[in-house]
Design a binder for this molecule. Sequence first.
Ligand code: FAD
Length: 298
Amino acid sequence: MAASKSIIVFHTLLPEFEYFRPKTLQEALELLDKYKGDARILAGGTDLLVDMRMRLKQPKYVIDIKGIDELHTLKYEEGKGLTIGATVTLDELLNNKIVKEKYYVLWDAIRQLADTHLRMKATLVGNICNASPAADSAPALLVLKAKVNIASVNGTRTVEIKDFFKWVKKTILEPNEMVTSIFIPEPPEGAKGRYLKFVRSAEDLALVGIAALVANPKDPAKRIVRIALSSVAPTPVIVEEVEELFKQDKPLSELAEEAVKLVKSKVSPITDVRATKELREHMVEFGTRYLLKTLLEG
Ligand SMILES: Cc1cc2nc3c(=O)[nH]c(=O)nc-3n(C[C@H](O)[C@H](O)[C@H](O)COP(=O)(O)OP(=O)(O)OC[C@H]3O[C@@H](n4cnc5c(N)ncnc54)[C@H](O)[C@@H]3O)c2cc1C
């Protein structure tokens, strides 16, 4: 039987669309409500414009939010957390001292996302709204228990990042809603984190991405261990049972091995053009064990 071919067509020109560049959030929300279903938000455009060129998305209306000052917030409040507005770029986050010192797992993930040129355009909010299973920032945001602030003309709501992703490239956003910011609470005292990205070559999408966060490893009552992954399921996932597992008063090496088995049992990687299911399972096992060993002993 002849192998089926999938052909990706890049067009030289973008499809036609009407372009808006509102100055206020209210104006943007009104446009989104008026053209709901036919409109798309443009932040850095590093996903949207590629998808439009490939005719994967053909919005009639494009709402560019980069001129809205109130969405360019990057604010840290001691003891509370960090608010990252919808137009804050990945490069701005990479160059922020608080992000590097307090939210290292996120910094580590951003550092490995694409390259400098792309990070100067691309936003953190765009990365999660695009809802790719391979989104590098998602596992870090999951272990940090981030919250997503959403607005429409009808009001605002906040959802946990773990409830934001619905399926491959699908979020829980309604057609007239947009994300205004991400809030990341103050990490647990003494927390350490890392993001491990398996790739074929530099600047590749993750074959598997694993974020781990560990605090107070020596004290079972206060110990916090969280693991989240990308590219192993239709959405980025956090294996919530890991945190409960590590509350047990058992040797850390024993708990780490139980956690590796647990994580493997909770993911469902697929075979695609970039890696086989078996290779991804191996990366999940190796990567989880490596991160736990490094952070629990460190
Ligand atoms: C060459 C290349 C390499 C890449 N490498 C990586 C990589 O290594 N890792 C990785 O994770 N990604 C990678 N990406 C994907 C992309 O760069 C990121 O997902 C980026 O963070 C998207 O941000 P943006 O601001 O450009 O989003 P945009 O393209 O502007 O938007 C992305 C999607 O989210 C929607 N959106 C944006 N902002 C909002 C909002 N506030 N509310 C509601 N919807 C919104 C848009 O309508 C669109 O559907 C790569 C892309 C390219 C082209």
